[in-house]
Design a protein around this ligand. Structure first.
Ligand code: ZN
Ligand code: ZN
Length: 249
């Protein structure tokens, strides 16, 4: 027996279809049959197809010959995943379970995308294993994050943007805070994706690594509720405040 990840119905294995790394029953498959629109088919010969969700506009990368669906949108047949609802309670989100799940998924996608922003490239799409349904995001299977080179038009599999990671930052996505380390491109990427910089400190890369690790030990995850006191100066007392440089306008 297999279980449909969207409505949790248990069915014989031959009655489910693999979609976006998970198993879906036929009625759940029908609900999203025209959800995703193909926007890039094997760009530059790459073994990838990039789809955009017709419901919310978020793109997703997919291997050629695989089925996918939006990594943010749930539907009328979806049932809540207890692990995701636990995350929603920890983040003190006050929407319906579905709004909270979709917010967590959308923010997870943005945080993933921000890691790939770099000068000269437009990030097109990523693929986060387990979304939109589960909280098991630590599985690393993915069809990859893809981008287009501004000059040559080449579409390529992107790697995490490099450069000296000498910033410790705290940004706010809606009602949640996200801290992390990175360079100015990373913070600018978060801002471009809709985040508001709360505090950005600069120090040596080594000090930033240690400070970020201390924050992670204190808070366990990098996404916390807006009421959580995240004290960057406590972990990086010699950090220099450069928030103004990262604030648009
Ligand atoms: Zn189903
Ligand atoms: Zn969507």
């Amino acid at each position: 027996m297999k279980q449909c990840i969207n409505c949790m119905t248990r069915l014989p294995r031959k009655e489910v279809t693999e979609v976006a790394w998970c198993a879906l029953c036929a009625p759940c498959l029908r609900v999203v049959s025209d959800q995703m629109k193909l926007v890039h088919d094997r760009p530059g010969g790459a073994a990838v197809q990039i789809y955009r969700c017709g419901w919310c506009g978020v793109a997703r990368s997919c291997g050629v010959g695989w089925r996918t669906r939006c990594q943010v949108c749930l539907d009328d047949r979806s049932v809540p995943d207890p692990a995701v609802q636990k995350i929603a309670r920890r983040l003190e989100l006050d929407g319906t379970w579905r709004e909270n799940s979709e917010f967590i998924a959308a923010t997870t996608v943005k945080i993933r995308l921000a890691k790939y922003f770099q000068p000269g490239w437009t990030v097109l799409a990523t693929d986060v294993h387990g979304l939109p349904w589960t909280g098991f995001r630590w599985l690393t299977k993915s069809h990859g994050t893809w981008g287009r080179n501004a000059e040559t038009g080449e579409v390529a599999l992107l790697r995490h943007s490099r450069g000296e990671e000498n910033l410790l930052y705290l940004v706010r996505y809606g009602k949640v805070l996200k801290f992390g380390r990175g360079n100015s491109h990373r913070v600018a990427a978060h801002v471009e994706l809709g985040a508001v910089p709360v505090l950005v400190l600069t120090a040596s890369s080594q000090e930033v690594v240690v400070a970020r690790d201390r924050l992670k030990r204190l808070h366990r995850t990098e996404m916390v509720s807006m009421r959580t006191p995240v004290d960057l100066f406590a972990v990086l007392p010699d950090g220099q405040d450069v928030t103004d440089r990262c604030t648009p306008g």
